[in-house]
Design a protein around this ligand. Structure first.
Ligand code: UDP
Length: 313
């Protein structure tokens, strides 16, 4: 039988590249599209030479042409860390809107299954806790984070429109904070920033009073959830994340402890519209996908520390 073919947009990014690895390990051919705006060739260079892998440098906000048969389109292209999308606001809006439209158009043309990488940011600064998929969110459309949040909310809306109007087979994953090897040390997110500061002995910059919470998922768990969602029949959004919640201040202390660093914690201004709490309710993923994360924060941090230590050396 012919192998299935998947197109991964943003395939040279942190999550996209891990997804390419997983699809290839499932015996699926991968066509990776990326304009390398925030993605990096280093993330996929181990795949060059694999006959089932193809890389095309392409901006998916323009028309996407793929000559071969395609069975799956997984749309992961987007700047995804707050400093990236603050630096690239228009590109972020374009890839979430025009890029999602083009990726959906490709899936429709090829009669392929489509999966959208959405985000916990659709919940904004949430007023319910933990966040369930039926919560509509509390997003400021005109704040600095609005460029990402609203682009992803539009992306979900157009995905559902293609599902209802064109009968396209679609999936929506709402991805919560994820970490692991291949994160950029300079992407500005708390996790790589704290590890990098701790390893270099610099001050650890906690924003605000550090009482805001996040829930961090190890990348292999996240990718497993995405793959199970792709293979399921669930068309409504599904949260994928690790519900183990921690305040940013405690998280900073944890990083200092496990890196045995002498760094001190310093407090800086909280960015505008920074969500105060965030934790996925994963009952739906458990029930529908039979998925739950398996890697504890302690184990995930150990694996990630090795990676960051190598990058800094
Ligand atoms: N944060 C921080 N110090 C940093 C970077 C981020 O205290 O150097 C905080 C940030 O304000 C937020 C949390 O850590 O409350 C997580 O931020 P991140 O950028 O990782 O992603 P977010 O979950 O906000 O998208």
């Amino acid at each position: 039988m012919n192998k299935k073919v998947a197109v991964v947009t943003g395939g040279a990014g942190f999550l996209g590249s891990h997804l390419c690895d997983r699809l290839l390990s499932e015996n699926i051919k991968v066509i990776c599209l990326d304009n390398l705006l925030t993605g990096r060739l280093e993330n996929i260079e181990h795949l060059f030479g694999n006959e089932n892998f193809q890389f095309i440098k392409l901006d998916v906000t323009n028309f996407i042409h793929v000559p071969s048969r395609v069975d799956y389109v997984l749309h992961f292209a987007s700047p995804a860390s707050p400093i990236d999308y603050l630096k690239l606001p228009i590109q972020t809006l374009k890839v979430g809107s025009l890029g999602t439209h083009k990726a959906l158009g490709l899936a429709k043309e090829k009669e392929a299954k489509f999966l959208l990488a959405s985000t916990s940011e659709v919940y904004g600064d949430p007023l319910i806790h933990p966040q369930r998929e039926d919560y509509w969110g509390n997003v400021n459309p005109v704040g600095p984070r609005g460029v990402y949040d609203e682009a992803k909310r539009f992306a979900e809306a157009i995905t559902m429109a293609y599902n209802r109007y064109h009968k396209l087979d679609t999936r929506i994953a709402r991805i919560f904070n994820t970490y692991g090897p291949r994160m950029r040390l300079d992407d500005g997110r708390a996790l790589p920033t704290f590890f990098s500061q701790a390893l270099k002995g610099e001050d650890i910059t906690v924003y605000g009073d550090g009482k805001q919470t996040r829930s961090f998922c190890y990348v292999s768990d996240l990718i497993d959830g995405i793959f199970k969602l792709l293979m399921s029949d669930e068309t409504s959004p599904v949260n994928i994340g690790n519900p183990e919640e921690i305040t940013i201040e405690d998280f900073a202390k944890e990083v200092v402890r496990i890196t045995k660093s002498k760094s001190k914690i310093v407090y800086q201004d909280l960015p505008v519209d920074d969500p105060k709490i965030r934790q996925p309710d994963i009952s739906k993923a458990k029930a529908v996908l039979n998925w739950a994360p398996e890697i504890s924060r302690a184990e995930g941090f150990r694996k990630t520390l090795n990676y960051f230590a190598k990058m800094i050396a």
